[in-house]
Design a protein around this ligand. Structure first.
Ligand code: PLP
Length: 403
């Protein structure tokens, strides 16, 4: 059997991570994987997570049993409230028009949504942004969908990436009714380029009018602006516009729970029965894929989301983390402009964990080989890997690659 299995290529993000680990240069910098680091370049356990773990250990009202198939009920309520905001949550949950499945982080939520769509939609076409997070294409192809791309970044200015709004809207207009459209709710990966609120309203109008099936990938709520409410704008406006939507949420980034694999897939529907139907089918998909979701991450996230004090601590620290990233954008831009004498304002206009620098593949390889700066070969830099101790050197390495 196994003699006939061809070797698969290494995942591009994890490949860069491996090369970073293998590099022996003491000045090496990791800007590949999208995981937060503090100003000393260390992984961070958020204070709210430490507090939640302490409470869970001191006062374990839980045992090591299976969670129900749908997941941890109280966690799911908290996750719905976070995504929808208090008012819409109260309205939709009272009407039975929001339902959820606990998932294996954001990736699991996207997979279940892709599977649901492929099982129950006659159209079987997915539209994703060009560019997007590498796994989107792979997940939806794996779900049997025909995947194509909508324009997102203006091709006329690749060295200073910005939104191609008219191309984006035209491609949505041209999509067949019932097409699954994946939109990133905030902090677009890999570009850091988000539509403004006004631009979002245009996107929403087309999606609703053209009866597109919207899947919002909500992997970074709180990481774009530092405020979970502002970052929830697109989700909430889609719901207010009366769209039936999927929302795939991850708590990897905004709670720093990367390894716990904690996420949720929400559906917001226009009637109660469809909501029950959808959730019943989502449970079948999880049952036949991995059965039940893991418990510990759900317990931590539930403690954070359901206790006012811990929630406050969490929100405050999230704001500090996103502020640190913003300050790195300012420093990187300043050093790059000083080194190159050209405009790098796109770095500070972009938002969230990533910056699409505009560097070419060759320039990224140059950065890695000559400067031990590890970034994706698409020019994506994880801003979280920068700190006051390395940002000037990173700018010098980048500048040297384009000379
Ligand atoms: N969606 C986007 C846009 C991402 O960048 C990521 C992770 O990098 C995910 C979803 C899924 O993340 P996870 O499965 O770790 O929650």
């Amino acid at each position: 059997m196994f003699e006939n299995v061809p070797r698969a290529p290494e995942d591009s993000v994890f490949r860069i991570g491996r090369m970073f680990t293998e590099c022996e240069d003491p000045l090496k910098v990791s800007c590949g994987i999208g995981a937060y680091r503090d100003n000393d370049g260390k992984p961070l356990v958020m204070d709210a997570v430490s507090e939640a773990k302490k409470r869970l250990h001191e006062n374990p009202g839980w045992i090591h049993e299976y969670l129900p198939l749908g997941g941890h009920a109280s966690f799911l309520k908290g996750a719905q409230k976070l995504a929808l905001g208090d008012e819409l949550y109260a309205e939709k949950s009272a009407e039975g028009k929001v339902g959820s499945l606990q998932t294996l982080s954001g990736t699991g939520a996207l997979y279940v949504a892709g599977k649901m769509y492929s099982k129950f939609s006659p159209v079987k076409k997915a539209l994703i942004s060009n560019p997007t997070w590498g796994n989107h294409n792979a997940i939806f192809t794996n779900c049997g969908l025909e995947v194509s791309k909508y324009r997102y970044i203006d091709e006329s200015c690749t060295s200073t990436p910005k939104l191609d709004l008219s191309g984006f809207l035209e491609d949505l207009e041209a999509a067949d009714e019932g097409t699954l459209v994946l939109l990133q709710a905030c902090a677009h990966n890999p570009t850091g380029v988000d539509p403004s609120q006004e631009e979002w309203m245009k996107v929403i109008e087309i999606c609703v009018r053209k009866k597109l099936v919207v899947l919002l990938d909500n992997a970074y709520q709180g990481f774009a602006t530092g405020d979970v409410e502002v970052d929830g704008f697109a989700i909430r406006e889609f719901v207010k516009a009366g769209a039936d939507i999927f929302v795939a949420c991850s708590f990897a980034k905004n709670m720093g729970l990367y390894g716990e694999r904690i996420g949720a897939l929400h559906v917001v529907t226009n009637d109660k029965e469809s909501c029950l139907d959808a959730v019943s089918q989502m449970k079948i998909i999880s049952r036949t894929t991995y059965s039940n979701p893991p418990q510990f991450g759900a317990l931590i996230a539930d403690t954070i989301l359901s206790d006012d004090k811990v929630y406050g601590v969490w929100k405050e620290q999230l704001a500090v983390m996103s502020e640190r990233i913003k300050s790195m954008r300012g420093l990187l831009r300043g050093y790059l402009e000083a080194e190159t004498g050209t405009d790098w304002s796109h770095i500070t206009k972009q938002i969230g964990m990533f910056s699409y620098t505009g560097l070419t593949k060759e320039q990224c390889i140059h950065c890695r080989e000559k400067g031990s700066l590890f970034m994706l070969e698409t020019g994506r830099v994880s801003m979280a890997g920068l700190n006051e101790g390395n940002v000037e050197r990173v700018a010098k390495v980048m500048a040297a690659s384009i000379k």
